[in-house]
Design a protein around this ligand. Sequence first.
Ligand code: XIL
Length: 382
Amino acid sequence: MKNRHIVSALLCSLFLMACGGNASQMAVSEKSLKEVVGDKFLMGVALNVRQSSGMDTSALKIVKQHFNAIVAENCMKSEEIQPKEGEFHFEDADRLVQFGLDNGLTVTGHCLIWHSQLPEWFCVDDKGKNVSPEVLKQRMKTHIQTVVGRYKGKIKGWDVVNEAIMEDGSYRKSKFYEILGEEFIPLAFQYAHEADPDAELYYNDYGMDVPGRRDGVVKLVRSLKEKGLRIDAVGMQGHMGMDYPDIRQFEKSMLAFAATGVKVMITEWDMSALPTAMRSANVSDTVAFKKALNPYPEALPDSVSQVWNERMQQFFQLFEKHADIVERVTAWGVTDGDSWKNDFPIRGRKDYPLLFDRNYQPKDFVRKMIEEASDSVTSAKK
Ligand code: XIL
C-alpha cells in the first residue's frame, strides 16, 4: 500500500517536472494571440489557396486558434479573378469567404484596382493600345461591381485601390493614371460603394513611413472625403526589414492618417530577417554575394532571432499603444514557409518574417505575449 503511494507520488512529480519543462508550450495551447489582443483590434492573417482550399490543415488550425480576420493573399486580385474580360473565376475566393463565414472570421477583400497582378487585357484593346477613358471606366466599374457585388454583406471591407502613390507623394504612372489621371481613384471608390453601400473602403500602400508618400496619401484621403466619398481606413502594408522602417516615422504616419478622420490598419505585416537587398550593388563575386544575401539557409541564428523578436515586439507595442485608431493588424501569411519574402525581392532565399515558424510554432515574442497574458489570467483568478 505504502509502496503504491510512493510510486504514484513519484509518477506525479515526474509528470509535474515534465509539465514544468514544457510550461511555455502548455501556456501557448491555453491562450491564443487573438485573446491576448482582445478587443484592441482585429488580428488577421493572409491565406494562400492551399489554406483556403482546406489542404494545409496545420496552418488552418493556427488560423482558427489565433486569428479572427482573414484576407486573400492572391486569389481576389484582378489577374486571378478576371483573367480574361468577362471570365470570372470565383472558386478560390468563394472558398476563402466561406471559410471565414464558417469560422466567424472577419473577411477583407484584397484588392480591386492595382497596377500589379493586373491581367494584360484590362487597360488595352486587342491591338495592345491603351483603351479610351470611357472604356476603362466601364471595365473598372464592371470588375469592381461584379466582385464586390458577389460578396455583398459577407466581406467587411475592401482594399479599393492599392499602391497608387509614390515616395515623393506623386501619383504612380500606372495605366490607370495614364488613361484616367487622378480620377481613377475616386471612381474606384464610387463604384465599390455603389456595389455594397455597407462595406468599408480602404486605400492601401507600402512604404508608408516615407514622408513624401505619407503627405501624398493624406492629401488623397482628404480629397476623397471632400468629394463626399466613403473611405474608412488607410491600410499600411507593413512589409518591414531589420533596418526599415524607422518606428518613429511609421508612428508619425499612423497619426497623420488618423488625423484625417479615418482608421488605420496594418494590412500586410511581415519583417524580413535577411539583409536588405541592394538592387544597385555592383556584383563581382556572385557566389559570395548570393551567400551574403541568403545567410541563413539552415536556421536563423539566435542572435539574429533575438533582434528580430525585439523589433517585432516594439512594433506590436506601437499598434497596441494606438489601439484607438488601429482597427486591424494582419500578418502577410501564416508561417515562415508560406511567406512571399522567400522569393522577394530576390528569389530562393530562406526568410523568417512571420509570427509562426516553419514548424507551426509561435515566434518568441508571440509566445511571450501569450504566456504573460495567461499568467495574468491565472494570477487574477487567485
Ligand atoms: C504578394 C503575394 O504575397 C505573392 O504571393 C505574390 O506573388 C505577389 O504579391 N503588396 C500587396 C500584396 O498588396 O498583394 C503583395 O502580395 C505584396 C505587396
